[in-house]
Design a protein around this ligand. Structure first.
Ligand SMILES: Nc1ncnc2c1ncn2[C@@H]1O[C@H](COP(=O)(O)OP(=O)(O)OC[C@H]2O[C@@H]([n+]3cccc(C(=O)O)c3)[C@H](O)[C@@H]2O)[C@@H](O)[C@H]1O
Ligand SMILES: Nc1ncnc2c1ncn2[C@@H]1O[C@H](COP(=O)(O)OP(=O)(O)OP(=O)(O)O)[C@@H](O)[C@H]1O
Ligand SMILES: [Mg+2]
Length: 277
């Protein structure tokens, strides 16, 4: 894992700033999408995890715009590794910003029960971190089943392209409202719809273990990752030209390509030896 000192930052990241008109168009498109998904499923409500981070803050905000506050149920699910200020921000979003119903559910007892059942995994930071994420997915679907609600995903384009999420964890959802937005565009749209700057500008963290940040783990900040994705992966610009253009070492661009390729399985249905459907 990279340390804070070794996080790569492009000298000249590309500008992915939306115009006001584009922000309005994305806002309309995403709220319509949420309405359509709910209608098509024949349900009235949605549920999602609230982490105090910007992805869930934006999606919950747009869900309230689409469906009204009574139709959105938040779950704040602290574990022993979550920072208290993130959990209080999650409650602030539910209470002050949106006025939605929410529950606070501690997941430590669930995680401990799994590790009691399979103690070999104890101390395996990644496996236990993914377990925490998957415990939240189970709770999302418990509430979703009980309330006849769709589970809203909060994954953005940057995370999806490099597989930076837990398979059947935060990836286990019924739809992906902000799938088109690179991370920096999530922040732009959040500010545009009125999310306070301190929430929109927060350091992104999966909080799978204490002190984790996305930039430290991936070895680059999101402006750099987004630039490489937009130019090289989405834009088809060759790796060397992308590295030159952004002012980053070639191996950083190659690392992103490797993350993209090795995570293809997360963006596909599980293969069958024969067609399953
Ligand atoms: N080629 C392949 N074809 C089919 N399946 C394949 C596979 N390679 C692995 N797999 C399966 O996938 C599993 C590995 O995937 P997975 O369990 O997801 O685990 P993995 O990708 O190793 O870890 C999850 C990553 O996402 C990050 N994350 C997670 C959750 C939230 C956030 C956030 O930003 O909030 C970030 C986390 O920090 C970590 O870097 C393997 O154990 C195996 O079961
Ligand atoms: N402690 C938590 N309680 C409830 N939901 C959570 C918690 N931690 C993560 N989640 C859910 O998992 C999702 C994925 O986490 P992720 O960190 O990518 O997004 P975020 O926290 O909303 O934004 P950021 O990436 O900026 O931290 C969250 O959007 C949220 O829905
Ligand atoms: Mg987070």
């Amino acid at each position: 894992m990279a340390t804070a000192d070794s996080v790569v930052r492009a000298n000249d990241p590309i500008d992915l700033t939306f115009s006001e008109a584009e922000l309005d168009a994305h806002r309309d498109h995403i709220t319509s999408f949420i309405e359509e998904q709910v209608d098509a499923a024949g349900v009235d409500t949605v549920v999602l995890g609230l982490s105090g981070g910007i992805d869930s803050t934006l999606v919950s905000h747009l869900a309230v715009e689409a469906l009204g506050r009574d139709a959105v149920h938040g779950l704040v699910m602290p574990s022993e590794v979550n920072r208290a200020d993130n959990m209080s921000d999650a409650e602030r979003v539910a209470n002050d910003l949106l006025g939605i119903e929410y529950d606070v559910i501690e997941i430590n007892p669930l995680v401990d029960a799994f590790l009691d059942a399979y103690p070999d995994a104890e101390g395996d930071q990644l496996a236990v971190g993914n377990l925490r994420v998957r415990c939240r997915a189970v709770l999302n679907y418990l509430v979703g089943n009980h309330e006849n609600a769709l589970v809203l995903g909060t994954g953005n384009r940057s995370e999806a392209l490099v597989g930076y999420y837990t398979k059947y964890g935060d990836g286990a959802v019924d739809c992906h409202p902000i799938a088109a937005l690179y991370k920096q565009q999530v922040r732009q749209l959040a500010k545009h719809v009125g999310v306070p700057d301190d929430l929109a500008e927060k350091t992104a963290s999966a909080e799978m273990w204490a002190g984790q940040t996305d930039a430290d783990e991936m070895g680059m900040d999101y402006d750099t990752l987004d630039s490489i994705l937009a130019l090289h992966i989405d834009g088809g610009v060759p790796a060397a030209a992308t590295a030159d253009r952004l002012g980053v070492p070639l191996d950083v661009v190659e690392t992103v390509r490797e993350m993209y390729e090795s995570s293809a399985h997360k963006r596909a249905m599980p293969p069958g030896a024969d067609p399953l459907y």
